[in-house]
Design a protein. Structure first.
Length: 510
């Protein structure tokens, strides 16, 4: 049963929150360090292209697949206990990755890191629900917790870069070891234990179905962007949808469901989860495509592009931290709706981005879009967890995290595919006459391929090909801006209807 916690958080709870931010900070760093260390790992381990792709992707795949299972496990064995087990496992897997001597060992270590990471995310969020009973304090705690991830993503390249200047590539993984040691040592002192009163066994069939469904969905969506539409990827996606449907049906009949269908009887829960997925989906489009526009269409160096995206990262932090105060004054529905209107303004600015013109509409539009939607991710995460009975907090937290993972995967896959489709339709009309069939075909593959093909052409033809590719990419980018603008209007409507307070007689039926 949950340990008694005062209605108002004490110093111990706030110190505990500080401890709970550490695993999330490590997870944020771990999502980016591999990209930074890639050249060093490639030179040392010499992986094949397939091995390198698995080393990059297996971490996210395993996290996404195991979140629902780990949330339910935490509800049964204790969220603090699972957090401590996961922290220990993450430290061990980090050491394994740091000492990996061949590509297969690195892939296995990354998979182990994903499994451990999946146990950390729902545990920390569920413990926040247990520790902070006051609604406003809980929302503040969730905002701090989520902001930690943004800070970790921003600091990850800086920390990793400093380490790689002095040490071997394995040092970027060793950062997690002392931090997780602090969590394991102080966790029993600062964090309460809480678990569901039922000790029913976890349904193994549901576990297999949930893992298989999420893995198929995430893998299939990612493959659509990496290799384009292919029959195999469509089959994998279809299999994920079928397995997901079977999983949902089983939860309705099994005596000990992994995800309690009763959670979805709450309108607030359903609406918050929908808003979270769609909000992350649209924000991912900004984070994924704006850096590409700056480098590929505007021709900037990675460093300058990174500096210009800094306002977008700062907007995410500012929006997350402002969410509790805004919601306390005007309510979650009003804040999410107002944020959607602000994001709509940002997306409309993005539709006018021009690689040959000033870049302030791009930077300002991206910053406004993220600033408006950042409170949505905080408030909907808080609502998802708060709407669930306390004995199902871990499962609700896992659904929130899984929704976020799917939002990211969908954002990259759908918007990436949309950009590719619009680019190919547009660039064919813009390419100059007289190109060889091979050059024209390369230019149609994407803006990067077009620029590579142009390098082998005479200056005048090369400039025409590059201009055509950049114009086509800008058109595709503008299309994404319009799609996101329409989605934000839908977000505002869902927030107005779905987040209004439920009548007591209806809420009591959950």
């Amino acid at each position: 049963m949950p340990t008694h916690v005062p209605a108002r958080a004490t110093r111990r709870q706030w110190l505990g929150l500080g401890l709970l931010t550490l695993p999330l900070f490590v997870l944020a760093i771990d999502t980016s360090v591999l990209f930074l260390a890639a050249p060093h790992i490639d030179a040392d381990l010499d992986p094949t292209p397939a091995q390198w792709l698995w080393a990059m992707d297996v971490y996210g795949f395993v996290i996404a697949g195991l979140l629902v299972t780990m949330g339910s496990v935490g509800d049964r064995i204790g969220r603090r206990r699972l957090l401590l087990i996961g922290s220990t496992a993450f430290a061990a897997a980090s050491l394994w990755a740091a000492l990996a001597s061949d590509p297969l060992a690195l892939i296995a270590a990354r998979a182990a890191l994903g499994a451990a990471g999946a146990s950390l995310m729902p545990s920390t969020l569920a413990l926040i629900r247990t520790m902070f009973r006051d609604e406003r304090q809980r929302t503040t705690a969730v905002a701090v917790w989520m902001t930690t991830f943004s800070v970790g993503v921003a600091l990850g390249p800086l920390v990793g870069g400093a380490l790689l200047e002095v040490f071997r590539w394995g040092s970027v993984f060793l950062v997690a070891v002392p931090i997780m040691a602090v969590v394991v040592l102080l966790g029993p002192v600062l964090l309460p234990e809480s678990h569901a009163p039922s000790s029913a066994r976890i349904d193994a069939v549901s576990v297999v179905l949930s893992i298989a469904a999420v893995l198929c969905l995430v893998y299939g969506l990612k493959a659509l962007v990496d290799s384009g539409p292919e029959a195999v990827d469509a089959v994998v996606l279809a299999a994920g949808l079928v397995l997901g449907s079977v999983f949902v049906r089983r939860q309705r009949v099994v005596t000990s469901p992994l995800v309690d269908p009763a959670l979805f009887r709450s309108r607030s829960f359903r609406s918050a989860l929908t808003l979270l997925v769609v909000g992350v989906f649209t924000v991912t489009a900004v984070n994924f495509l704006v850096p590409q526009f700056l480098q590929s269409a505007a021709g900037m160096s990675p460093l300058r592009a990174g500096l210009l995206t800094a306002p977008i990262a700062l907007s995410a932090i500012a929006g997350s931290l402002a969410a509790p105060a805004l919601a306390s004054r005007w309510g979650a529905a009003a804040v999410v709706t107002g944020g959607a209107v602000l994001s709509l303004t940002g997306y409309l600015l993005l539709t006018g981005a021009d690689p040959a013109g000033p870049l302030w509409p791009l930077v300002t539009g991206g910053a406004l879009a993220v600033l408006g939607l950042s409170p949505t991710t905080v408030l909907t995460t808080d609502l998802v967890v708060a709407s669930a009975p306390e004995e199902r907090t871990g499962a609700a937290a896992a659904l929130s995290e899984t929704g976020g993972e799917l939002g990211v995967a969908l954002g990259i896959a759908v918007m990436g595919s949309l950009v590719n489709a619009v680019y190919r339709l547009r660039v064919g009309d813009l390419l100059p006459d007289g190109l060889t069939a091979g050059t024209a075909a390369s230019a149609r593959e994407g803006i990067g391929a077009a620029q590579e093909a142009a390098a082998a052409l005479p200056p005048e033809a090369a400039a025409a090909v590059v201009t055509a590719a950049r114009t086509a990419f800008a058109t595709a980018f503008s299309t994404v801006g319009w799609v996101c603008a329409v989605l934000t209007v839908g977000l505002a409507a869902v927030a107005l209807v779905g987040l209004r307070p439920e009548r007591p007689e209806l809420a009591g039926r959950r």
